[in-house]
Design a protein around this ligand. Structure first.
Ligand code: ADP
Ligand code: ADP
Ligand code: MG
Length: 491
């Protein structure tokens, strides 16, 4: 393998190219109109323009990507995450064109791409499942009956769902019919497949997932767990490895289950088996993601393994060079997804230009990003600007270091999740490790973000007032009714 085309953009495209370059492999970038000046385009050895900004006219066009391989002589494609990374039809197209897709087989992708066929495969190995329906349900009356048997609250899920979309919580039987109609129509419009099923809604759950690697020689290993319970809209914002709460015995048991799930489809490459865990530490299989995960760097930091290099070696037909018992956890890693979103406004995406963009530095700090100062965040794609990934000798050091790095990180011109990240690091429930997927909903109040800035502004206003009033006692600068004066504290 001498040349790899990276069919993605932003931080993940750069991250993949860096590992390829270290292995002496040439890289090809593809880009849309909006990404003409993007960093991944400048970093690559070659770059091919593949169309207009909307992803369905560029990054999602399999034909254009395969054509770009022909033009440049790239022998393999790394799809990153999102876009075509879990598209079995594309995987087949790549194979038919005589190229290598750095990922699992199209068959494995297809089975795991549907949450129901994934569960059916996993059941062969007696993996624990959330109580619910094992098949897609279409008849509303029958579905309601099943929901009553499972017990409310329940979750209606799209079999083809992903990215936290296509899920409806139903609290009681009276709401069921209406919610089911909404779920089916949402699934149809978002995924082109209206199949839905029912799962019991686990009340205080943790999202725990296991990283796996499989090779074409039948070896499968796991690289321990990640806790991704800090979520908004069923989507992850902060991830860590290892988990602060599960015991080594449970971790090992989950690792074994994850290997079995991977084995059920003869999995090759890097993949993630996701579980939901209740407050009694019982865990249940949710789904398998057949690609590199956004949060993979936390696993890299605690294991010392470069997952992209492993993916490339596996795609070249090499056997995994280490055994399960040679792997060990060292230290603790936490990732904050720095999104162009406004936490004070329901985490809605924000758009604009990175007027200031200065990244943190120093021991244990890794920033995977795809932007630099002065760049605009395109509206066409995922609003993630960067990932701030922190390593510490233990969880405590990782939390303190994350707080320090967030303070150093300077972004203006756009709202981000940085301040939110600091709020989480300083929250006693997060520090205790006893948080679940409702952490954001239960504890995060937008007000929490502003106190610090307001304190600074208040101090500045009072200093100015004191300086001025020393000169002229008659004319107070701030009226007694002004916000700052009303909120005056002793300083
Ligand atoms: P991870 O499990 O790696 O954290 P996310 O759920 O955050 O994955 O998704 C990673 C990327 O893939 C995001 O850009 C998300 O929008 C996209 N994505 C995931 N699943 C789907 C899907 N079924 N359809 C479209 N996009 C998806
Ligand atoms: P997606 O394909 O969108 O990632 P998942 O099945 O992985 O879908 O679920 C995403 C998130 O939704 C989980 O991380 C968890 O927070 C929540 N979730 C999923 N299933 C359940 C369940 N049965 N009970 C409670 N929460 C759930
Ligand atoms: Mg998931």
């Amino acid at each position: 393998m001498h040349k790899i085309l990276v069919a993605n953009r932003g931080e993940i495209a750069l991250r993949i190219m860096r590992s390829a370059r270290e292995m002496g492999i040439k890289t090809v970038a593809v880009y849309s109109d909006a990404d003409r000046n993007a960093l991944h385009v400048r970093y690559a050895d070659e770059a091919v323009h593949i169309g207009p900004s909307p992803s369905n006219k560029s990054y999602l066009c399999g034909d254009k990507i395969i054509e770009a391989c022909r033009q440049t002589g790239a022998e393999a494609i790394h799809p990153g995450y999102g876009f075509l990374s879990e598209n079995a039809a594309f995987a087949r197209q790549v194979k038919a064109a005589g190229l290598i897709l750095i990922g699992p087989s199209p068959e494995a992708m297809e089975i795991m791409g549907n949450k129901l066929s994934a569960k059916a495969a996993a059941l062969k190995y007696h993996i624990p499942m959330v109580p619910g329906t094992e098949e897609a349900i279409t008849d509303v009356a029958e579905a309601k009956q099943r929901a009553i048997e499972v017990g409310f609250p329940i979750l209606i899920k799209a079999a083809a769902g992903g990215g936290g979309k296509g899920m409806r919580v139903v609290e009681n039987a009276a709401d069921f019919e209406e919610q089911m109609h909404v779920a089916v129509s949402e699934a149809t419009s978002a995924f082109g497949d209206g199949s839905v099923f029912i799962e019991r809604y686990i009340s205080s759950p943790k999202h725990i997932e296991i990283q796996v690697l499989g090779d074409s020689h039948g070896n499968i290993v796991h690289l321990f767990e990640r806790d991704c319970s800090v979520q908004r809209r069923h989507q992850k914002v902060i991830e860590e490895a290892p988990s602060a709460t599960i015991t080594p015995a449970i971790s090992a048991k989950m690792g074994k289950c994850a290997i079995d799930v991977a084995r059920s489809v003869n999995y090759t490459g890097a993949g993630t088996v996701e579980f939901i865990m209740d407050d009694q530490l019982n865990f249940y299989f949710l789904e398998m993601n057949t690609r590199l995960q956004v949060e993979h760097p936390v696993t890299e930091l605690i294991t010392g393994i470069d997952l992209v290099k492993e993916q490339i070696k596996i795609a070249r037909g090499e056997a995994i060079s280490f055994k399960q018992d040679e792997l060990a956890i060292n230290g603790h890693a936490i990732e904050l997804r720095v999104y162009a979103e406004d936490p004070a406004n329901n985490f809605l995406p924000d758009i604009g230009t990175l007027q200031t963009y200065i990244t943190p530095k120093g021991a244990g700090v890794r920033v995977d990003d795809g932007f630099e100062q002065g760049m605009e965040i395109p509206i066409y794609y995922d609003p993630m600007i960067a990932k701030l990934i922190i390593y510490g000798k233990d969880r405590n050091e990782a939390i303190e270091r994350m707080t320090r790095a967030i303070d150093e990180y300077q972004i203006t011109g756009i709202a981000t999740t940085l301040g939110f990240g600091k709020f989480v690091m300083q929250h006693e429930v997060f520090i205790s490790g006893k948080f679940d997927t409702h952490f954001v909903k239960e504890y995060f109040k937008p007000k929490a973000l502003h106190t610090e800035n307001e304190d600074e502004a208040l101090i500045a206003a009072l200093i100015i007032q004191r300086l001025l009033s020393a000169k002229s006692r008659e004319v107070p600068l701030l009226s007694e009714n002004s916000y700052w004066v009303k909120n005056r504290k002793e300083i």
